[in-house]
Structures are given as C-alpha cells and as structure tokens.
Design a protein around this ligand. Sequence first.
Ligand code: RIB
Ligand code: CA
Length: 320
Amino acid sequence: MRKIIIDTDPGIDDALAILLALSAKEELEVLALTTVNGNVDIEKVTKNAFKILDVAGRRDIPVYKGNSKPLMRENSMPADCHGDDGLGNIGMEESGRVPEEESAADFLIRKAREEKGEITLVPIGPLTNIAEAIQKDPEFVKNIKEVVIMGGAIHEGNVTPHAEFNFWVDPEAAKIVFQAGFEKIVMVGLDATRYVWLDPALRELLYQINTPVSRFIHKVTRVYADAHWGYGQKLGCELCDVLVTAYLLDTSVLETTDAFVDVETQGLCDGASVVYPIWKYGDRQKNCEAAVKADTKKFFEIFFGYLFPEYLENVKKIQG
Ligand code: RIB
Ligand code: CA
C-alpha cells in the first residue's frame, strides 16, 4: 500500500487521475489533496477538488489549499482546454466543504515529518507548493519517499515548442524540485502521455457503462475532447495526469530512462525541461527517471480494470 498525497490543479485529466487513485483501495491510500493554481485559479481548482471527491463519495478526504500564483512570477494564462470552471463547464453542484486551515505547503511539511520516508508525492499540476515546502523545511526532501510528477517533455512541449504546461506555469518551482535531491523522482512527461489517448470508442464505452462515475467521466471529457479537436483535428483527448496514477498501480506501463533534468527559467525556451539521458551524457548526475514511452493497451486495461472491472473484456475487444 502506497501512502500518497496528490498535488493538483483540477483540471479534467486531474479529475480522472484522482478517481482512478481512489478506486485502487488496496494499492493506494490517498491521504489528502493539495491544490495549486494552474489550469484555473486557486479558488476554482479547490472547489473542483471537492466536487471530484463528492463524485467518488470520499468526503472524508481533506483538501489543503495552496499557492494562488507561481513562486517568483506573476500569474500565467489559465489552460484553455478544461472549461471556464476547470471541470468541463458541466454545471456541477458546489460541495459545500471548505479547505483545511493549514496551507498546502505546511501540510506537506508536517505530514512528511509525521510519516518519514512513507509518503509518495504525486504532483499533477505546477510545482509551486512542492517548491515552497522545500524552501520552508530543510528536512522535507529527506522525509519524502518518492515524487511521481506529471510534467515536462523530452522532445516537444504543449504550450511552446519546448515547454509543457505544468513546468511553463512555474519554471522556477520546477527547477527547485529537480535540484532538491529527492531520493526518487519519476518525470512523466508528454513523450509518454501522448500514448494515453482516450479515443471515441473508449469514451463511448464510458457512456454505455452508465454508472454515476462513468457518466461523469464521459460528460467532463466533452470540453476536453473539443479542445483537442481544435488543436489538431484528432478525435479524443490526452489523459496526461492519469498516466501518473496508472504508473503507481503498475510501473510496467511506463518505459523510463535514467536522466539529469534541469528547467529553463528565461528566454525563448522558458519553462522547458532539458533532459540529459545518462546513457548518452555520462558526466551528468542522475536526478530522475524520465518517461520515454507508455503502453497504451496496458494503460486502458489499468484505467478500466480498476474503475469498471466488469467491462475489461469490452476494453480488450475495442483495443484489439
Ligand atoms: O501538460 C499537461 C498538464 O497540464 C496536465 O497536468 C493537465 O492538467 C494540463 O493542464
Ligand atoms: Ca493537472
């Protein structure tokens, strides 16, 4: 059983990543959600975190509100693929719950100290809260077991030719995280997430499964799929954050390479993750495992296998 804290900016793919994590009750203990400005502003992402927990029937899980802006720069534009409310504009009812008093960073520091060496950090938004915790507590890095991040890219970005959204929003924070000296970082970037594409047939299966959760996922991905069609006339949508949860459930879903990663914080390539594979740059000091590829079939078998196990055979038939 892994004890995890998901640091998130929900966000449609964040929502699916959280729902998958909550469905894996034997494998993952979700201690809390911490929210961070990213896809939409901090108020909206925090409200969305509660709405997602309501969909999962997990009002017992606390939410800690984090940073409303990047560490050292003004706010960026919100993402343009999650809807104005950040959760597909499907008109969900407010949860009525409020975040804990403690800030996200203070909670991360306290929990890491209380459960030394036990906690897997799962940042699936900009890394502002993580960087703040590193700066506030010299012991924080040592107290954390591992960090599995959705962010970055070895080859191509999605906001600029070189920068992926989560690192682009707060490059200084990303740089701090990769330089901090964590025992283990896994960087799940766009080179891998491009393999986890929810195509129309699998999305239609969600509709036909016809449970509250499956219908929520079908509905909330409407806006996300529309945005992806706008980007490049490809039907479906990329489930970036969800690949992090799938990795936690079955590490063989990813192919990774030992790497040294640094993040650019200025100029033309601002926000770019510069990835040196150690096999090629032997003089560099490894600071993470960078994902180079994902197994599409295995990913969707994990996704549907945990959330809707009775439909696994349908998934295998659809994927061929
Ligand atoms: O680049 C992908 C990341 O930014 C994901 O975390 C997703 O939520 C998007 O907004
Ligand atoms: Ca996200």
